[in-house]
Design a protein around this ligand. Structure first.
Ligand code: ASP
Length: 437
């Protein structure tokens, strides 16, 4: 059994957190390859080391002094080292790093040092070898990951070790120039390592006990999801439920390696298992997620159903204006296009005019205060009564539904509602399925 474990920023934000991480790793001899983030927030008003590093970059570029954030960064690492009581120093590295920033180091290089330094401390603390990600995670000049080359290099490199700590978030080009993933990208590093060493499981340790069935800021004490499939997760994260970087799924999914989301502060909790395929019988709804900030274009035209190419012409107008659509439900003589409201902003009249010209509708109007809620669950497939339960729940709360869309996979039902009903609706839906198992 081989486990790759990735620890996020809050899990490595202080010496106290490092000790918990040490216990978790020592508690299971299979946890052999460790990927570390930069120190994150210790309390809600704290600043992540990555953000302090980015401030350094910005200040130098603007010709200002970067001493203040730089000092804070060094102090965060010094404090961790001191409180862990390890015989390890980064003082020489700090001096060299200061010099590089002063001479105009790249943004990616500067941003990557949070993971770099933190992983070296963790390696020293655990007594594990440190493996430099820049030597195995390969990017092209434009900053795109070269996944297959990375897999080969990383696999070859790590086959020489029985255990190691690697920094997350970055790699390098073939010329050694550092490149980073987008924010939260250490999750991707963990997934790449898991694939490269053919791990049995990729444990992603963070500050929540897995994914919750609904947003805890809206629903009090929601149930956590024990098992979620990759496809369900994709639907839920598209709607804003996120504990994992979206791109972290692909490397492990390809190899059929499950991801286990775990909580460093509650290590005995089993967390959430993300898998390719799962039993259907665990309940109807796996999760509920949603987003505000949508608008819709309502188009009506009699005999629309007979007019060949109508939908294509509508979508072409959107394409020309650079607006991507989210949903596209249609009736016999009506059609609704749901779009991100931000894309409409300031272009409303222009868009209506272009659509009038393209399809000569009898009636067209915009609505700009919609939210979308997705009810996702592999258990919904072939299960009569699911939609009835959902709509009864909303009706009981007197919530008006503006649009309904059930994907052909029967994996989700999406409803559009007025934004003012968002929180009430999430609670109503959660209640409607609360007794499902
Ligand atoms: N430290 C980086 C960030 O704050 C990457 C990560 O933590 O995954 O986004």
């Amino acid at each position: 059994m081989l486990k790759v474990v990735k620890f996020g920023g809050t899990s490595l934000a202080s010496a106290t957190q490092f000790r918990k991480v040490g216990e978790i790793i020592r508690g299971d001899k299979n946890r052999r390859f460790v990927v570390a983030s930069a120190p994150g927030k210790r309390f809600s008003s704290d600043i992540k080391v990555t953000d302090l590093l980015l401030s350094c970059y910005r200040l130098v570029r603007e010709g200002e002094s970067f001493e203040e954030p730089f000092g804070q960064i060094c102090d965060r690492f010094r404090e961790i080292i001191k409180e862990l009581g390890i015989d390890f120093s980064l003082e020489k590295d700090f001096a060299a790093f200061h010099e590089r920033i002063r001479k105009g180091a790249s943004e990616a290089y500067i941003a990557s040092r949070g993971e770099h330094f933190n992983s070296r401390i963790l390696a020293a603390y655990l007594g594990y070898p440190f493996v430099e990600s820049a030597e195995a995670i390969l990017f092209d000049e434009k900053g795109r990951l070269l996944e297959e080359e990375t897999n080969e290099r990383l696999g070859a490199k790590l086959s020489q070790y029985s255990c190691a700590v690697l920094p997350g978030f970055y790699g390098a080009t073939e010329f050694g120039d550092i490149r980073i993933f987008s924010r939260g990208g250490s999750d991707i590093t963990g997934s790449l390592v898991a694939r490269a060493v053919k791990a049995d499981i990729y444990e992603n340790w963070t500050d929540v006990s897995g994914l919750l069935m609904a947003d805890p800021r809206i629903v009090e004490n929601p149930r956590s999801m024990e098992v979620v499939t990759y496809r369900e997760l994709r639907e839920l994260s598209y709607m804003g439920a996120s504990v994992l970087h979206e791109d972290a799924i692909f490397p492990v999914r390809r190899e059929g390696i499950p991801i286990n989301i775990r909580n460093t502060d509650e290590p005995d909790h089993i967390g959430t298992m993300i898998v390719e395929r799962a039993d259907k019988s665990v309940g109807i709804v796996t999760g509920i997620a949603g987003k505000k900030g949508f608008g819709a274009i309502y188009i009506e035209k009699s005999m629309m159903n007979n007019e060949l190419g109508f939908g294509r012409r509508v979508l072409s107008v959107l394409e020309e204006k650079g607006i991507s659509f989210e949903h596209f439900p249609s009736g016999i003589d009506t059609m609704t296009v749901v779009v991100d409201r931000a894309a409409l902003f300031g272009h409303e009249n222009e868009l209506i005019h272009a659509l009038q010209k393209a399809v000569q509708p009898d009636h067209i109007h915009l609505v700009e205060d919609l939210c979308l809620i997705a009810v996702v669950g592999r258990g919904m497939m072939g299960n009569p009564g699911t939609a009835a339960r959902l709509f009864t729940g909303l009706a009981k709360e007197n919530i008006n539904i503006r649009m309904i869309d059930q994907g052909s996979s029967e994996l989700n039902i999406i409803v559009a509602l007025e934004e003012k009903d968002y929180e009430k609706a999430i609670r109503a839906i959660y209640e409607a399925f609360a007794d499902q198992v």
